[in-house]
Design a protein around this ligand. Structure first.
Ligand SMILES: C[S@@+](CC[C@H](N)C(=O)[O-])C[C@H]1O[C@@H](n2cnc3c(N)ncnc32)[C@H](O)[C@@H]1O
Length: 248
């Protein structure tokens, strides 16, 4: 099959609101204030310096320490869990510098499209520079109010980000809303599964920088009660990977 003719135009057609083209990505937020009082973690994600070192240094080191899983293994696990070889449209929420969007786009069929959505201009600017291709497009938007209609994507993921969002459960519901029947979701987020004293210290430390630690059942129950099936979970140190499918 032919590759997606124009990923920018195809993505624009999928959006449910107007967008302006900015530094190579589509922006549905413009100058609207996203948070008046950003946390330390949110400020870091808006720093051009962090955006520059994130993919090659910050991400591989921090996530390996947190889970014992390498980035390459994470990418393969994600592609399999999302059944990408049979998917046409992937939405990567909180895509950062496109470090998963670009890799996962390669696992889609030739006519597939991977849309990376993030709120940070520096992260998206890097995504366009470092992880663009004929099957990718980037959008600046808020994960809490996804700018897409219901049942738009065959696969929806959100890695390494729910714990720094003010309303993570709303975002998870948004993921389910934009997922097509028969499609699959995958998330990677924090896991508060340590023994009580360690866990208390980790929760306190996380709160200081603006991160949330989630209980084992927080997302498995949300997905189940939203009607998803085949809900599976892996926990590794302080991270959990959860996948599920929308009945076809
Ligand atoms: C740690 S990075 C994760 C990047 C990538 N998904 C990964 O796994 O490495 C977290 C990203 O979440 C984004 N983010 C935070 N709040 C957001 C929101 N409300 N909507 C969209 N993106 C958001 C940040 O801008 C940042 O790029």
């Amino acid at each position: 099959m032919a590759s997606t003719a124009d990923p920018l135009q195809t993505t624009r057609d999928l959006l449910d609101r107007p967008a302006t083209l900015r530094h190579g990505f589509l922006d549905v937020l413009g100058k609207s204030v996203v948070s008046e009082t950003p946390t330390l973690a949110q400020r870091a994600m808006n720093s051009p310096l962090v955006a520059t070192v994130y993919e090659r240094v910050w991400r591989p080191v921090a996530f390996y320490v947190a889970s014992g899983v390498t980035t390459g293994a994470e990418q393969s696990r994600a592609a399999e869990a999302l059944a990408l070889s049979g998917a046409h449209r992937l939405l990567d929420i909180a895509c950062g510098p496109g470090n998963f969007t670009g890799q996962l786009a390669r696992r889609l069929p030739d006519d597939g499209l991977a849309v990376g959505l993030d709120i940070s201009v520096p992260m998206l600017t890097r995504a366009v520079l470092d992880n663009s291709g004929s099957r990718t497009c980037y959008v600046r938007g808020d994960a809490g109010t996804l700018p897409f209609g219901d049942e738009t994507f065959d696969a929806v993921c959100c890695f390494g980000a729910l714990y720094l969002m003010p309303e993570p459960f709303l975002v998870a519901h948004e993921m389910v809303r934009v997922l097509r029947p028969g499609g699959r979701v995958a998330i990677l987020t924090s896991y508060a599964g340590q023994p009580a004293p360690v866990r208390k210290a980790m929760n306190a430390g996380a709160r200081v920088i603006g991160l949330q630690m989630f209980e084992r059942h927080a997302f498995t129950e949300l997905f189940t009660s939203s009607g998803l099936v085949d809900v599976q979970q892996q926990t590794q140190r302080s991270l959990q990977f959860v996948t599920a499918a929308k009945p076809g």
